[in-house]
Ligand binder design. Structure first.
Ligand code: GDP
Ligand code: MG
Length: 602
């Protein structure tokens, strides 16, 4: 297929505006999958199915006949949640245009705005499409007006479809061909390809998804990495239709899956340029990897599982290049790793995938942002070899006596909300130490606000709160906004006087009391009663801010229980025995495995 009959595009939108559903309809219309297939066919991971969200960008190559010519379309379905924006930006690097999908009922949301600018910054052709016009209270005219006000989009260029019913999907494909430019590549040698995704296959090792920038690649040729300089024979080439379909050759403008005996993420590197062995080509420097926003310690439940966990992390990182990995160790938990994530949902999804796809059960420590701590003790500065420490592990928090200044990361948040919820949302932002920067009317009843907020205040549950106070109508997105002077302390949790490292965390001074009370109350609920009395304390600098006690069982404990209480106790005992293997012991106190995760959730 000639280059001028290739189109590479992504579907981008806010969460739940219908990207994956539109991808289904496009695949059906072009005959790639049978009609009435399972829905959201490209969401193939178990975690995606269970949560009903896309977390991985997925590519499908499809053939479409337009005015008697056959076109090759490479479609990428992307995730909508801000935690996975890395997947979106990576996908856009191999696209020439996007379908910007907007829910005709909910209208432009925070992610829509972010996505639009992401596409514009890269000079991509944007096809605005309103989805869900089948819904009664859809307001396509209103949403068109917003698109015009916000982005200067001509209402006449906006397509209106229902991905659910399939209405208008053909017009979308025609627009892809008419409005998106063909790839700016050429078929002359030398061959040059960009690795933009990879994953691990049990039998074939690391598989690379590549976008061909120049020339072509044939089965059996030897390719070389520009970064590692290592070379590999090409064992397999396939096109994703979206099922793998073997082929002999791929050429510039195409996307293909290459297997070549690469083993792990050190060999198969997202953003690497590959070329034919011993040829000289320029690197396609296209990726700016995103910096992680939150860090958490990940440890094997016991050290005998260390090697298995390491191998699982390595395989999964291959498929999630946004995660950073550093070796770490802890007196309580032994050898492990400190992983960097783009947000809490990203962390949860990664850990769920470690369990589901790789059968491991790691212990996760409290997630934290990275603080910058400037020391003042000359002896300590000399010992550390630097004046400023970057700390995300509360266990490494220095003695306050030795510290000159603390700095914490900020974000610039965009909130879009109907005016009805304005008051409550502003209170939420104030409570989270936010400072309003601007506020603009989008239309009569919707407002776009910009807030500067500490990252630590939003990673855990800001979005959930925003959704619940606005009945789901407000939306939130954020970007990095540098570091700012702050005042923080380490909150320790003690069980019978012994600090438990997994629970200790860094908090803002103004929040120490509240967080201490909250953590202690939660642990009171989560730690089962046992043979000994347990004192739970939340302390800062040795001072107890909150305290609860779990009473020990007494001999006559069951005698005092009636009816429902007995079954509850039986259930508790059963859960305890099931969880026995997954307990951690602190002196003589057992803490169930789930407690470590549950205590983090609000
Ligand atoms: P994504 O997060 O953008 O990928 O959204 P999904 O494709 O997963 O769709 C989110 C929800 O919206 C699903 O429950 C879909 O069934 C529903 N949906 C998608 N398109 C339409 C549509 O055109 N009309 C209606 N009524 N619902 C739709
Ligand atoms: Mg989706």
């Amino acid at each position: 297929i000639p280059i001028k009959r290739i189109r590479n595009f992504s579907i981008i939108a806010h969460v739940d505006h219908g990207k994956s559903t539109l991808a289904d309809r496009i695949l059906e219309l072009t005959g790639a999958i049978p009609r009435n297939s399972a829905s959201q066919i490209l969401d193939s991971l178990q975690v995606e199915r269970e949560r009903g969200i896309t977390v991985k960008a997925q590519t499908a190559s499809i053939f479409y006949t337009y005015k008697n010519d056959e076109y090759l379309l490479n479609l990428i379905d992307t995730p909508g949640h801000v935690d996975f924006s890395n997947e979106v930006s990576r996908s856009l690097e191999v696209c020439d245009g996007v379908i910007l999908l907007v829910d005709a009922c909910h209208g432009v949301q925070a992610q829509t705005v972010a996505n639009y600018y992401m596409a514009k910054k890269r000079n991509l052709d944007v096809i605005p499409v309103l989805n869900k016009i089948d819904i009664k209270h859809a307001n396509p005219e209103g949403v068109c007006r917003d698109l015009q006000n916000l982005f200067g989009i001509n209402p006449n260029s906006v397509l209106k479809i229902s991905a659910k019913l399939g209405t208008g999907v053909g017009t979308v494909l025609d627009a892809v061909i008419e409005r998106i430019k063909p790839p700016d590549v050429n078929r002359e040698p030398p061959f040059r390809g960009l690795i933009f995704d990879s994953w691990f296959d049990k039998y074939r090792g690391a598989l690379n998804l590549i976008y061909v920038l120049n020339g072509s690649l044939k089965l059996g040729q030897d390719i070389q990495s520009i970064i590692t300089k290592k070379s590999y024979p090409v064992k397999g080439i396939s096109i994703l239709l979206p099922k793998e379909s073997k082929t002999e050759e791929i050429s510039a403008g195409q996307v293909g899956l290459i297997s070549c005996n690469m083993r792990n993420s050190k060999e198969s590197i997202i953003g690497d340029t590959i070329h034919l062995k011993n040829e000289n080509v320029e690197a396609a420097v296209r990726f700016q990897p995103q910096q992680p926003m939150v860090y958490a310690g990940v440890y094997p439940a016991d050290q005998s599982k260390h090697v298995a966990l390491r191998s699982a992390i390595d395989k999964l990182v291959l498929n999630d290049s946004a995660v950073t990995v550093k070796v770490d160790s802890s007196p309580a938990l032994g050898q492990g790793w400190r992983l960097g994530f783009l947000g809490l949902l990203h962390m949860e999804v990664f850990c769920q995938r470690l369990e589901q796809e790789h059968g491991t059960e790691p212990i996760i420590t409290a997630p934290s942002v990275t603080y910058r701590i400037v020391l003042k003790n000359p002896k300590l500065i000399k010992q550390m070899g630097k004046e400023t420490l970057e700390i995300s592990n509360a266990a490494l928090f220095p003695e306050p006596l030795n510290v000159k200044e603390y700095y914490e990361p900020l974000v610039k948040g965009t909130i879009i909300t109907p005016t009805a919820y304005l008051g409550q949302i502003i209170s939420l932002c104030v409570e989270r130490r936010g400072i309003q920067e601007s506020s603009t009317n989008i239309d009569n009843d919707r407002i776009l606000m910009k807030y500067i907020l500490p990252l630590s205040e939003i990673i855990l549950d800001f979005n959930d709160h925003l959704k619940s106070i606005s009945s789901g109508y407000a939306s939130f997105n954020y970007e990095d906004h540098g570091y700012h002077l702050t005042n923080i302390v380490r909150l320790d949790i003690h069980l019978n006087g012994r600090p438990v490292e997994e629970f200790c965390r860094i908090v803002h001074v103004s929040k120490a009391n509240a967080v201490a009370r909250e953590m202690v109350a939660k642990l009171l609920e989560l730690i089962p009663r046992q043979m000994v009395q347990i004192a739970i304390q939340g302390c800062v600098n040795g001072k107890v801010l909150a305290r609860e006690t779990i009473k020990a069982y007494r001999k006559d404990v069951t005698a005092k229980l009636y009816g429902g209480d007995v079954t509850r106790r039986m259930k508790l005992l059963r859960q305890q025995s099931e969880g026995k293997k997954k307990m951690r012991m602190f002196a003589n106190i057992r803490v169930p495995h789930e407690t470590f995760i549950n205590v983090l959730k609000r």
